[in-house]
Design a protein around this ligand. Structure first.
Ligand code: NOJ
Length: 801
């Protein structure tokens, strides 16, 4: 009988499959063995201890390990008569967050160690985001340093201070790629780029964990928010995320992967859904990618209440169902949700959830507790309350100075650039709602940072200028109805109720703006300190639909500029604001983000040239909000605004292109942009090989070629340049961005000095995801651009055959 084509295909495929399984699969399996990113968590003796303990645990005790509560704001879970102390004693809690200080953590730990049946220590976690007591710049600012080592130093100091408070776990780093400045949590991120974001993620993890969780100055990290939380539609926090698998893998996942590869002990699942499946019940991201592909051996904690919020996502009719979905997808610990503790045991007893699934979650949690040495060292010596040491202050100041971006420094009427300010006494008018606020310097997530230790810009300038400093507030950050609405809905931190500033009547800005103008008239130069409230306009649940300067700050700026006095604009913000008018009319603009405890000093150091700025923005600055999401690594379009449209009729070439009718496409200040008080010049980059084979740049192979460039300091002061390398793949099976960062180096040069910089390129830099979600390198020509920003114009190319 004649076989149909389909039958033939089936027989042939079956034959091939059998053959393949003999010939190919064993070697494939060997090649694809899951990596072991953290050897401590995978260690045999550690896992033997875990198994031995697991055997002794009742079902309730096992589930207890998966329960985490915040003991910061309440005495016990809502709706329960039991206190956190009672629950700890019963072994019904595995972790607490927001317990402040060693005395309190010890108190709870004694209950766990002395009174619970199995003496399993609690693990205490907290949002240590940019410092615990010594507060550093916000993460977005830290990213502007392009200096992972500096960030590792910040993480290490934070780890020491966290440990002193009894914490062994920090909910950091936040590595969500953020390309939409409307999203308030951009402030916690490393910005828009996966390559930079990955390097920074590694810096954080190495600094916190130091490759050894047992060290008394290491803490476990929680990489968050897994996954793709930063891609919330329309930049609205907690909103859904919808993207292709290619974009997920190529743009959003790399920083989480880098953190896991660096040994991250825990991961936090995010609030958003991804392509319809909530991230907190998503087996694809939490099990397939995180555990199977990346080999993650630590545990996953949900974000705050994210398990119970699965009910709002409507993926199950009741708490029990959604808790089961979260657990089975790979969420091991339920943060503050109450659902694991209240619903899992019955479901295991009824057979709906195999006990082995609970066991696996408990194993992962215990592994981290053992690895941290909590069983041996559960307590923390109580030390005197924190007061910043000279060393703390020096580190905070030096770090902050590296994060301040000089966006613009144009000459003024032929008189040269305004910055750095001359040290000879001139009268300076300091104006603006951010000028005199030590508290705002601490940023969106200042942990236990105390504003009394923070230095405002006014204080720092006062120290330098004495009587030559004039000051006027000018206006409030937000005024009138906008202020009332925002202040009303802003997150109320129950431990730190709103200050009187938040509730008092809003003063009349017109009057204070007029006063500021008079102050400016008396000075030689005006410094305007403008921006957002760190507290209630940036961070969680702080999306903005209007990215212009808030309130009446634009009017204040324009009124002061109208005096004709030279104006320096210093921005304190958690995201790029749309400062188009300032970009065109203000000669000197500095982005200071929220620079931390020593922020005022650090800004003054840059303004007066004691520090030559070297930071580069990790996010693109829009001209108008409508450009968001705005990022440099745009995909090509068939109708580029600045490209070949010769296939269109001549009269159509003016109109039918990808652009806004009412705004430029480009950023006001692009990704990677930042000026110095010196100038850098670049040679044309050179490639070590004009052609490489695909084997030379295959996975596991050493980088197949290098790109090199000579960078010269052609100005008159020493300076540090962040040399950036971008590639463009000119012909691929899946379209690739117009430019992608694939290398950077911080290079410090004396005046007149030249340094040779080399960038290796191999599989990691040149591969991309094809339509089958496989990472490949294909034959193509790569263009390479090297320079001091994403506009880098020095160019070369090479081929992959
Ligand atoms: C919610 C936030 O999304 C997350 O970043 C934080 O770590 C937790 N709350 C714990 O406070």
């Amino acid at each position: 009988m004649k076989k149909t084509f389909d039958q033939l295909l089936l027989t042939t495929s079956l034959f091939c499959l059998v053959l393949t399984s003999f010939l190919v699969l064993p070697s494939l399996a060997a090649a694809q063995a899951a990596p072991v990113p953290n050897a401590q968590l995978a260690a045999k003796d550690l896992n033997a201890r875990v198994e031995a303990l697991l055997k002794k645990m009742t079902l309730e005790e096992k589930i207890g390990q998966t329960v985490q509560y915040s003991a910061g704001f309440a005495t016990g879970p809502s709706g329960s008569k039991l206190s956190y102390e009672d629950l700890t004693q019963r072994g019904a809690i595995g972790s607490l967050l927001n317990v402040q200080g060693a005395e309190q953590t010890n108190r709870f730990q004694h209950i766990a160690m002395d009174k619970s049946r199995l003496h399993i220590p609690l693990i205490f976690g907290m949002d240590v985001i940019h410092g615990q007591h010594t507060i550093f710049p916000v993460p977005l600012g830290l990213a502007a340093s392009w200096d992972p080592k500096l960030i590792a130093g910040v993480a290490h100091t934070s780890a020491i201070e966290a440990r002193a408070d009894g914490l062994s776990w920090v909910f950091s780093p936040m590595v969500d790629i953020s390309r939409d400045a409307r999203w308030g949590r951009m402030v916690e991120s490393a910005g828009e780029d996966p390559y930079l974001g990955s390097a920074i993620a590694r810096g954080w993890v190495l600094g916190y964990q130091q490759n050894d969780l047992t060290k008394p100055d290491s803490v476990a990290v929680s990489v968050k928010h897994f996954a793709a939380y930063g891609a919330a539609i329309a930049g609205r926090d907690y909103n859904a995320v919808d993207m292709s698998d290619i974009t997920l893998r190529q743009v959003y996942l790399p920083p989480y992967h880098a953190a896991v590869d660096a040994g991250a002990a825990t991961v936090m699942s995010s609030f958003n859904s991804i392509n319809g499946v909530p991230a907190t019940a998503n087996p694809y991201t939490l099990t397939q990618i995180l555990r199977k592909e990346w080999g993650f051996d630590g545990f996953v904690v949900s974000d705050w209440g994210a398990v119970s919020e699965l009910l709002n996502h409507a993926i199950g009719p009741d708490g029990a169902t959604v808790a089961r979905k979260a657990l089975e997808a790979g969420v091991d610990m339920d943060m503050e949700g109450n659902l694991y503790g209240t619903t899992l045991a019955a479901q295991v007893r009824s057979g709906q959830i195999p006990e082995s699934v609970v066991d696996e979650a408990v194993r992962r949690i215990l592994r981290v507790k053992f690895a941290l040495g909590l069983f041996e060292h559960p307590y923390t010596p109580v030390t005197p309350p924190y007061a910043p040491t000279a060393e703390n202050r020096a580190q905070a100041r030096a770090v902050a100075a590296e994060t301040i971006v000089l966006l613009k420094n144009d000459p003024v009427e032929g008189a040269g650039a305004l910055l750095p300010l001359s040290k000879s006494a001139k009268t300076v008018a300091l104006i603006g709602p951010l000028a005199d606020s030590a508290k705002e310097m601490l940023g969106s997530w200042g942990a236990l940072g105390d504003p009394k230790f923070a230095i405002s810009l006014r204080q720092a300038l006062q120290e330098r200028l004495g009587d030559h400093l004039l000051y006027a507030k000018g206006c409030e950050i937000l005024s009138g109805n906008d202020a009332n609405v925002l202040r009303h809905v802003s997150f109320i931190d129950q431990a730190n109720p709103p200050s009187s500033e938040v509730t008092e009547a809003v003063p009349d800005d017109a009057k204070t703006i007029a006063e500021a103008v008079e102050t400016a008239k008396k000075a030689d130069v005006a410094i305007l300190a403008l921006g957002e409230s760190a507290d209630w306009m940036t961070g969680e649940a702080s999306s903005r639909a209007h990215l212009d300067l808030p309130g009446h700050q634009e009017q204040l700026l324009e009124a002061v500029a109208a005096t004709g006095k030279p104006v320096i604009l210093v921005m304190f913000t958690g995201r790029p604001n749309a400062i188009k008018w300032a970009g065109a009319h203000i000669p000197a603009i500095v982005e200071a983000w929220y620079p931390g405890m020593e922020g005022g000093h650090a800004v003054a150091d840059v303004l007066f040239g004691d520090v030559n700025p070297s930071a580069k923005t990790p996010v693109s600055f829009p001209r108008a909000t409508g450009q968001e999401p705005l990022y440099y690594a745009q995909m090509p379009t068939g109708r580029p605004a600045h490209g070949d449209l010769s296939h269109l009729p001549t009269n159509a070439q003016e109109k039918f292109m990808s652009r806004y009718l009412d705004e430029d496409n480009s950023a006001l200040f692009p990704f990677g942009w930042g000026l110095s008080y010196t100038r850098f010049s670049y040679s044309q980059p050179a490639v070590s090989k004009a052609q490489v084979s695909r084997q030379d740049v295959a996975e596991g192979h050493a980088p197949g070629l290098t790109v090199s460039v000579d960078v010269r300091n052609s100005g008159s002061v020493a300076g540090t340049e962040v040399v950036q390398l971008y590639v463009r793949n000119t012909s691929a099976s899946v379209e690739q961005p117009l430019r992608e960062l694939k290398g950077f180096a911080r290079v410090t040069l004396a005046p007149g000095e030249t340094k040779h910089v080399e960038f290796p390129l191999g599989f990691d830099e040149l591969s991309f995801y094809n339509v089958e979600s496989k990472r490949v390198v294909e034959p193509t020509t790569y263009k390479v651009f090297v320079g001091g920003s994403s506009l880098a114009s020095e160019e070369t190319s090479f081929q992959v055959n």
